[in-house]
Design a protein around this ligand. Sequence first.
Ligand SMILES: Cc1cc2nc3c(=O)[nH]c(=O)nc-3n(C[C@H](O)[C@H](O)[C@H](O)COP(=O)(O)O)c2cc1C
Length: 147
Amino acid sequence: MSKISIIIGTMLGASEYIADHLESILNKDHQVTTVLDPNLDQFDLSDPQLWIICTSTHGAGDFPENIEPFVEQLQQQLPNLSNIRFAVCGLGDTSYDTFCNAGITIDQLLESLAAVRVHTLNKIDILDDGLPEDNAEAWLNLWRENI
Ligand SMILES: Cc1cc2nc3c(=O)[nH]c(=O)nc-3n(C[C@H](O)[C@H](O)[C@H](O)COP(=O)(O)O)c2cc1C
């Protein structure tokens, strides 16, 4: 059983649906929490854990407001995240030049802080047919055995 935080960045709720879906799959085998107002202080960084970041992109490639303070804490405090394993599920719209930029940015930021990527970034296009939750589940199934 692993300790998992699913950290959400959302403006309109779509990424929260994805997070809730992943949580419903993972909570059978793991201790899972979804986090809608992430704050670095709430995590014990000495404790090995997995972070799944589910974030959309807004503005011109920006983070949703609810996750912005967390990203700023990471950028300013530069914590050592070597006990954190992570995977990022981005949500965006390919009609924007800055498709999934928030997901790309936090994926690189976590790696730069020594967190260990357990699977490659997923970029879900809201214009694709099919439910974003199904896309996210297929992505999770590629690596959940390794959690
Ligand atoms: C004002 C606005 C700006 C957006 N900017 C981007 C963007 O820069 N890049 C991108 O990939 N998607 C962009 N999107 C698309 C959203 O990421 C997409 O609608 C997503 O499903 C929203 O998810 P959420 O409900 O979790 O916030 C934008 C959407 C809106 C309404």
